[in-house]
Design a protein around this ligand. Structure first.
Ligand code: ZN
Length: 370
């Protein structure tokens, strides 16, 4: 590289080969990059170690995701060759997994590779958005380079360097091995690179992971069903809730642990037993009955109060509505009673003269309108 003489005063110190810029390494020196990445990963893992002092899994998970997660390492993953980041990503992932495990099961058993994989998925795929650095490192560097290809060519136009260097080629080759089913030919030329490379690659990688999960983890029918239920819109909205006591948005530690364990398919009870509250149902080890037990307050209270308020609003506004209305629309009169549960609130004469059913979910997602 050509250096212009006299650009800086001689007494201004500057490193001979490497520099730290915006928290990331600008260097060709492997030791410098590895050292910087490791220091950063170690700082983040140390920070994660302080989370249990909050004694509040709701706040802990939120802080872990937004302030201590992959965001702390992401810049380095985008700017440095993946091969030099490997040690730091493994160290970070070990710390992250331990921290999630601590929040979800508090040192208990049943947090395995399936739970770790589920936690690493984006929210729309049913995950906890706690990305594994190893996974992100597989596409972040390629995506960043590909997205800024035109800019790089512009900046380096007088330097004699053009096109992508060996770092990009080898990172792309590794990514090809990770996602063999994807056609990477568009990433070999700056004219055909997708404009949103990072989004494209992340989507492809996570879609492949989701497809592979049922086979890789030999999931049971129950696990497949729960996994399917985690993915519709709003099914994970509870993850986005900021804990505010005044608005009733702060989920208690017991509730939060239970929700996380249920959604990560972890046993809530070691054996099936009779429900100690209603005494007439089997309290299965996955807690299916526990979240729906008619005798339990809390969930039911909140569900009923929302239903009653809406019903009251309709009544006062002169809209004809019915509470707990039977739904017989899928059964003929000859079939007898419908096995469908009644509608929480059935509103007559909604938009266009249609009937409207409002169902309130007890599982921290939003209500459904049919
Ligand atoms: Zn019960």
């Amino acid at each position: 590289m050509k250096l212009r003489e006299g650009l800086f005063s001689v007494d201004i110190r500057r490193p001979s080969s490497s520099v730290k810029l915006l928290g990331g390494a600008v260097s060709r020196d492997a030791d410098f990059i590895i050292g910087l990445a490791m220091r950063r990963a170690a700082n983040v893992v140390d920070l994660m170690g302080l989370l249990p002092q909050l004694y509040d899994p709701h706040s802990e998970l939120l802080l872990l995701r937004l302030c201590m997660g992959i965001a702390k390492l992401f810049f380095g993953l985008k700017t440095c060759q993946p091969v030099h980041m490997e040690e730091a990503t493994l160290f970070f992932d070990k710390g992250l997994r331990g921290s999630i495990e601590n929040i979800v099961v508090c040192g208990g058993p049943f947090f395995g590779n399936l739970q770790w994989r589920l936690a690493s998925l984006p929210i729309r795929f049913g995950g906890l958005v706690l990305y594994s650095a190893k996974l992100v490192s597989s596409y972040a560097f390629v995506a960043s380079r590909a997205q800024s290809w035109v800019l790089q060519d512009h900046i380096l136009c007088d330097s004699g360097i053009c096109g992508m260097d060996d770092d990009y080629v080898s990172a792309l080759a590794c990514l090809r091995d990770t996602i063999p089913s994807f056609d990477f030919s568009g990433f070999t030329n700056k004219d055909t690179v997708p404009s949103k490379s990072q989004q494209t690659l992340a989507n492809v990688l996570f879609s492949e992971m989701v497809k592979d999960m049922e086979v890789h983890f030999d999931m049971t029918m129950r696990q497949k069903t729960v996994f399917e239920c985690l993915r519709p819109p709003h099914a994970r909205d509870f993850l986005l809730a900021i804990p505010i006591d005044g608005l009733g948005q702060h989920i208690s530690p017991v509730e939060y642990h239970t929700i996380l364990m249920y959604r990560l398919m972890i046993l809530l009870f070691p054996v099936d037993a009779i429900c100690p509250v209603c005494h007439n149902a089997c309290l299965d080890s996955f807690g299916e009955h526990a979240v729906h037990c008619k005798e339990l307050p809390g969930f039911k209270y909140r569900h009923d109060i929302v239903r009653d308020v809406l019903f009251d609003i309709c009544r006062r506004a002169g809209i004809f509505a019915k509470k707990e209305a039977p739904m017989n629309f899928l059964t003929g009169p000859s079939d007898g009673r419908s096995t469908l549960k009644p509608a929480d609130v059935l509103v007559f004469g909604w938009v266009g003269g249609k009937q409207c059913v409002r169902e309130f979910d007890r599982g921290f997602s939003s209500h459904k309108v049919k």
